[in-house]
Write a protein that binds this ligand. Sequence first.
Ligand code: FRU
Length: 491
Amino acid sequence: MSSSALRDAQAALLHLLPQRQDDWRPAYHLAPPVGWMNDPNGLVFFRGHYHVFYQHHPYSTQWGPMHWGHARSADLVHWEHLPVALAPDSEADRDGCFSGSAVVWDDTLYLVYTGHRWLGTPGRDDEGLHQVQCLASSQDGQTFTKHGVIIDPPEPALQHFRDPKVWRQDDSWWLALGAQYGEDPHLLLYRSTDLHHWETLGSALAGTREADGYMWECPDLFRLDDTEVFLYSPQGLAPCGYAHRNRYQTGYRLGRLDANGRFQPRTPFVELDHGHDFYAAQTLDAPDGRRLLWAWLDMWESPMPSQAQGWCGQLSLPRELSLDGERLRQRPARELVGLRQTAQQYGATRLRNERRLLPLRGDRLELQLELDLATSDAERFGLALRCDATGQEQTRLYVDAQAGRLVLDRERAGCGVSGVRSIPLTPGQARLKLQLFLDRSSLEVFVDDGAWVLSSRLYPRQDSQGLGLFAHDGQALFGDMQAWTLRDLQL
Ligand code: FRU
């Protein structure tokens, strides 16, 4: 059913489209056609397509009454934007259709999302906040019928109660969501036979403000091998050394969901990505059994210079999750080789106290190389990306041998952004394997086959497209490098 709110949203989008400027528009990452984007929502495979929905405000580049934007792809490479799927046009969701998930049942696509309302004056504070869980369904995968509220808060005073994730297990539907009791975060569980009526199973896991933050946004609970992964985005964790540096975090705990619906964690919270911009990750259960993950490649309250150009927000590349001992690995989805155009190869290079520009330029590149840690004694060595001719503008990814860390430095990465993020190297590690995906305003670095990932937004000038290697205070050995120009799909 297409409501007038949906038609208005679509009309606003079409009206704003010609005014958009594309200096930092991604070539191959999903971004909203215009306006604002945050969390990925409703990740699902339905009748031959991967569907990705997202938190969207089509009227402006500021967060506002949330709609669900929508795109789909048959191959995880080429994406087609579809009309806005949900608008805040019913009493229960009048101030926003907040984050949620999707499932397919009986060849019907169901969306489960949070209906958000302020009983008093709309704002972003807690006063009068009222959140409920809602259901919508679609036969064609494009137009949705709302079925209203399916879960009310267990107590009227519970204000933060959102982001339902639904999955199928043991012939039942299960639903997990995040809630805040007083100052403490909870993961609440529900169970249903028909997606409309839900039995409460109570708190699967409770945290405390001090240790676990005050709210767990966007929970996801899924099985990898024989382990259950609780993926979530805690708010309120204090920065600690190199950890928790962003405004909010996304990470996971491993454990077991027992028969009583209690999650028994066996590992502490681990951050999933170590860059500046990664939040609200969610997963998709692919038909071939893979667990694919997308995240919002931005951060609340971070600079978003593309707002001045009529759009903001971008999703991460789809990543394949696997379990390696007690840690998750994330690898770029294998389909992404389909992005590759021309390939170039560079032989091993030894540099001593020098900076060398490569005969390769680009703002959409995939690079694969190894750094030889065993025979390098430079204090700092690595890559300079998106460089201008003078080196005034550049994003650097380098080994800091004194600190024993791989550093992503965007102090000079362009408009608005700054700061460094880093991951530890293993003492005695002989080689460091890097796979980089550079797009017009983002960098995703997969380290050692996805054991670590760093993802950050960059806003360089359009003509800063140089690529260089450098070694300071000593020599460094860079192994063979493979480089590909990636397709300009202008998503
Ligand atoms: C996470 C979040 C969710 C909420 C949505 C609102 O980024 O705050 O908890 O549903 O964004 O847009």
